[in-house]
Design a binder for this molecule. Structure first.
Ligand SMILES: [Zn+2]
Length: 363
């Protein structure tokens, strides 16, 4: 962007923009270059107008995804380009083991990439459950079995680096918005399917985490007062009706992958009929959940992601039907739903982006 474009975008006057940028240019965070060829020329007479871009090599950032059995992480430059990645299995999800494993993974990333600790702008960590943005602690995570576990402070002490902690669906929403299918969409929801059903919201180009960090807990939308008991203790949450556990129970299969292959069998054996019905019921619940989401925030785009996203195709007819019934004013026909079943790096790149965003805010 040129200074003129930045002034227009921020609503600040040109002299304020120039003054604010000076220290960032002096410290080599921003570099001047020729303006992009498609950009509107702000050049008058005299010297050509220069565009400013981020110097991606000025710092590195680390993004971590903490799961119940694995810690995966990437080291990126300031543009989110992955320079190194590493993963380690967790012997147990108890907090001390998890934090020590994150420490070992960060050391390994620094060693393999040849980066110095003082080059790291920060470490972003995504984990499932309710993460309190104020205290940086995990208030509740059924998947990790955690309740009121401090994360940010002990990890910052252990790593000797700034740490930012966020719900993992939120880190994924940030990544989709910055680098993925959500680029250019101002309002979007990323819905993750798996053992839990998570959701990250970007509203008006900003990640929306809510006052206490539970915004987007789509998985605990109460859909059926008589339904299955959920991991949160309540009855009939979307997650209890359409999460992996429900699909396994309904289909009689040990995993969603097994249920998917049973449902995809030709013919109508008892096991394939039962598996198809499981996906129909899960899809019906998911459609009602998505209708609630769409009626509430009216997103331009819904991205289906997470470890069971590949099963969405089997649920989709029931999802669409349910969304058509419950979506207000024909929204179901207009909202775009896209499936992003790959790109494992996106979770960790999102966590790194979180650290970049927080770190740049501290400059
Ligand atoms: Zn629940």
């Amino acid at each position: 962007m040129t200074r003129g474009q930045l002034a227009e975008w921020t609503g600040l006057d040109a002299s304020t923009v120039t003054r604010s940028l000076r220290p960032l240019i002096d410290d080599d965070y921003l570099r001047e270059s020729r303006p992009p060829p498609t950009g509107r020329s702000m050049a008058g007479r005299g010297r050509p107008v220069q565009a400013l871009s981020v110097n991606p090599g000025r710092h590195v950032a680390i993004g971590v995804k903490l799961g119940p059995s694995t810690v995966s992480a990437v080291l990126t430059d300031l543009s989110g380009t992955v320079l190194a990645r590493h993963a380690a299995s967790l012997a147990s999800a108890d907090p001390a083991t998890a934090l020590a494993t994150i420490g070992a993974v960060v050391d390994e990333l620094l060693a393999t990439s040849g980066s110095a600790r003082q080059d790291v702008l920060g470490v972003g960590v995504g984990l499932s459950g309710h993460v309190d943005p104020e205290s940086g602690s995990c208030r509740l995570s059924a998947i990790l079995g955690w309740r009121d576990v401090p994360v940010r402070e002990p990890l910052a002490d252990l790593l000797d680096l700034p740490v930012v902690v966020q719900n993992d669906a939120n880190t994924l929403a940030l990544a989709e918005h910055w680098f993925g299918r959500g680029r250019g969409a101002s309002t979007l929801a990323v819905v993750t399917l798996g053992i839990g059903i998570g959701c990250g919201l970007v509203l008006g180009d900003r990640l929306h985490t809510g006052e206490r960090g539970i915004a987007g807990e789509l998985g605990h939308l109460p859909l059926d007062p008589q339904g299955r008991v959920c991991t949160c203790g309540a009855r009939g949450c979307l997650e209890a009706l359409a999460g992996d556990t429900a699909i396994c129970e309904l289909s009689g299969c040990v995993s969603v992958a097994e249920a998917m292959s049973a449902a995809s069998e030709r013919g109508a054996s008892a096991s394939s009929t039962r598996a198809r019905e499981a996906f129909r019921q899960a899809g019906d619940a998911l459609g009602r959940g998505l209708a609630g989401l769409c009626n509430l925030v009216d997103p331009e785009l819904v991205i289906i992601a997470g470890e069971s996203a590949a099963a969405f195709g089997l649920m989709e007819p029931a999802v669409r039907e349910s969304l058509a019934v419950h979506g207000f004013s024909g929204i179901s026909a207009e909202v775009r739903i896209e499936v992003d079943a790959g790109q494992e790096d996106l979770w960790t790149r999102g966590a790194a982006s979180l650290a970049i965003r927080a770190g740049v805010g501290q400059l």
